[in-house]
Write a protein that binds this ligand. Structure first.
Ligand code: C2E
Ligand code: MG
Ligand code: MG
Length: 653
């Protein structure tokens, strides 16, 4: 009960309107409202203090002939001096930038000062009215009414301060009038009560609407700075925090760190389980990340699955590393989403300012470069920025710029790697693999540029070129030979791909059943994506679909039920190890037998030795692909390869 009363009075004297039944707020908002109230009062204060000083001097003159002259002079001198001192002080306070938060204690001081000043004026009618001349009494009456109205105006947004200031004056007037039984004075007393009530009512109405307006403004500012999904600060708020840290760095040399996070395989979660699950995942991730930071520091969501943190006043780089490691560990436990367990991970890039940059652009660019290296090293990696990253990222940018004109400059070409059917001992088709002949770097492998093409969206243009070129090449091959083309997930986000394939097949006059699409497990979108419908439309056309790199993605056989696949391509990592690791052999064998039950053919990728080929024959694998049979060859060499008797001899058992 006592603590309740204490907090009530603390709120009351801090100008909190909920103490009067006004809108209730949390501490942060209350502090913000106090800051606005205080700034308004400071805005008036110079004028009001000048008025106080003037009034005190006027009173001293009016009481010059009164027997209380000495006391009146002392009083006026004190009040005028205090008013001038306070006016000068508040002028200085106004020059400093407006704070966003004012403490309860600062407001308590303001209310106390209002009371002291009010009390000083409350003394006037009590001490000087009785002995004053009629003119002096008139001046006192005018001054007291003026102070009441002026005080109410000055503290119009802070009722408790208005009360603290005006109450002593009311009391002073009441004592003064009460001592004198004259009817005229009683009438004046009645008027004072009426004016006082109207004034107070006005103060309350005004202050409540002021507080509501500030709250709406805070809410609007919050919306602008908040990510609506996770309620974390957004990119805008992050940039402000970064700018503030840069300002402190310039002013006082305060060092700081920026941690940039990117969720590993978030896209897969989104694609596999749908956007609502992806959203829920992000919300849970946000909660976990926020629990890892130091007090008063907030992780911001600055992109789809990108988060960032500014660590101000950094004592040691190890502190940043410690928080980054906490972020990584926060993903140890799987996430529970819609009754499923989802495993997540994050990579973190760390930049130290000013060591790695003292401008926002450099800092973010370098954080990106560090993050890129972390991601490349695998999920859950933390990397500090190194100068080499900068070179790497510039190199990547240069490669990206070069890739943009690669098609126009005719630098892309396809090579073809055959599939060998183990039953018939003949080549049944070729996989088209993309190559880039860079003018200065030489041959760039797809592992180095497909990722860039996907990130920049160039994959659509490049993918279309691959489809057309593969179909045109296929037209020259025998009827029983197919071509398989690799697709990136993003190519299936646009239904135009359907049209491209149909058109390319028609232009080349080849049957759709000779065209195969290779997709990876991670591309198998849930019902929310457009990919499933595009793939189904292609299947209707007669195009076949192969599941590439099987075993490296989610490794779930349930995918096989999602689409009528013609083929599964067991990833080369299993083939490489199957003769030395029994579990790899077991996987290869069981995938083959399962596929047989489902009536799906199996291709073994990356066959490099005769022993591997022999084993695959024994376990009845349908087709093989790998350097043993042939490395990828140019389009010109395909027909020669098909006709080479020598090759046929090697494949035969
Ligand atoms: P992938 O579809 O799994 O292609 C097989 C990769 O394994 C090819 O590498 C091929 O050269 C290599 N390979 C084949 N046999 C062997 C072997 O016996 N031993 C070893 N160690 N490797 C072998 P490549 O051409 O560098 O392609 C890498 C990946 O790039 C491909 O993996 C595919 O995912 C992607 N890719 C290639 N061309 C395209 C394309 O046109 N579009 C898209 N979206 N992705 C492509
Ligand atoms: Mg492939
Ligand atoms: Mg593959």
């Amino acid at each position: 009960m006592r603590t309740q009363l204490t907090t009530y009075f603390a709120r009351l004297f801090a100008g909190d309107l909920s103490a009067f039944g006004g809108p209730a707020t949390d501490d942060a908002v209350a502090g913000h409202i106090r800051a606005e109230q205080m700034s308004l009062v400071l805005g008036y204060s110079v004028g009001i203090m000048l008025a106080n000083a003037c009034n005190a001097i006027v009173l001293a003159i009016a009481l010059w002939a009164s027997p209380d002259r000495t006391f009146a002079l002392i009083w006026a001198g004190t009040v005028a001096a205090a008013a001038i001192a306070f006016g000068v002080q508040s002028r200085a306070a106004r020059r400093i930038t407006k704070p966003h938060f004012v403490s309860q204690r600062a407001m308590h001081r303001l209310v106390r000062n209002a009371f002291l000043l009010g009390a000083a004026w409350g003394i006037v009618p009590v001490a000087f009215f009785a002995n004053a001349s009629t003119g002096g009494q008139l001046v006192i009456t005018c001054l007291c009414s003026g102070m009441l109205a002026g005080g109410a105006l000055a503290f119009a947004t802070i009722p408790i301060a208005a009360i603290a200031f005006t109450a002593p004056i009311f009391v002073g007037i009441a004592i003064c009038l009460g001592r004198n039984g004259d009817l005229a004075f009683l009438l004046i007393a009645f008027l004072v009560v009426v004016y006082g009530s109207v004034l107070l009512r006005g103060v309350f109405v005004n202050s409540f609407s002021f507080a509501r307006r500030v709250m709406r403004q805070i809410e609007a500012e919050r919306t602008v700075r908040q990510d609506p999904l996770t309620h974390l600060p957004n990119r805008f708020a992050f940039n402000e925090t970064l700018d503030a840290a840069l300002k402190r760095l310039a002013l006082s040399g305060e060092e700081f760190a920026v941690l940039l996070l990117d969720l590993d395989r978030f896209k897969e979660v989104n694609d596999k389980f749908g956007h609502p699950a992806g959203d829920e995942f992000l919300v849970q991730v946000a909660g976990r990340l926020q629990r890892c930071t130091r007090a008063a520091e907030h992780v911001a969501r600055i992109g789809g699955d990108e988060f960032a943190l500014v660590m101000a006043n950094l004592a040691r780089p190890e502190d940043a590393l410690e928080i980054a490691e906490r972020f990584v560990v926060a993903f140890d436990e799987p996430f529970q989403i819609e009754g499923r367990q989802i495993v997540g991970a994050t990579s973190v890039g760390i930049v130290l300012a000013p060591r790695d940059g003292n401008m926002a652009l450099d800092i973010m660019k370098n954080a990106d470069a560090a993050l890129y290296r972390a991601k490349k090293a695998g999920p859950g990696t933390v990397c500090f920025f190194e100068q080499a990253d900068d070179r790497l990222s510039r190199d990547r940018k240069a490669l990206q710029a070069d890739l943009e004109g690669a098609i126009a400059r005719d630098e892309l070409f396809l090579v073809f790697q055959p599939f060998l059917d183990l039953d018939e001992n003949r080549i049944t088709g070729f996989e088209a693999l993309l190559r880039w002949q860079h003018p200065s770097r030489g041959l760039v492998p797809p592992s180095e540029f497909i990722g860039i093409a996907e990130e920049t969206g160039l994959i659509h243009e490049i993918g279309e070129w691959v489809i057309r070129r593969a179909c045109a090449t296929l037209a020259d091959w025998p009827e029983d030979i197919r071509v398989a083309v690799n697709f990136s997930a993003s190519q299936f986000h646009d239904t135009a791909i359907l049209h491209t394939i149909v058109q390319a097949l028609a232009d080349a006059k080849v049957s759709p059943c000779r065209f195969e699409i290779e997709i990876t497990e991670s591309m198998l979108l849930s019902k929310y994506g457009s990919a499933a419908s595009i793939l189904n439309a292609l299947l209707q056309l007669g195009v076949t679909v192969a599941l590439d790199d099987f075993g490296t993605g989610f490794s779930s056989l349930t995918y096989l039920r999602k689409l009528p696949f013609s083929r599964i391509k067991i990833d080369q990592s299993f083939i490489r190890d199957m003769l030395v690791q029994p579990d790899c052999a077991a996987i290869v064998k069981s995938v083959i037998s399962l596929a047989r039950d489902l009536n799906i053919a199996v291709v073994a990728e990356g066959v490099e030795t005769a022993d591997q080929l022999e084993y695959l024959r024994q376990v009845s694998c349908d087709e093989v692909q790998g350097y043993l049979i042939s490395r990828p060859v140019s389009a010109d060499s395909v027909l020669a390869l098909l006709n080479t008797k020598k090759y046929r001899a090697i494949y035969a058992a």
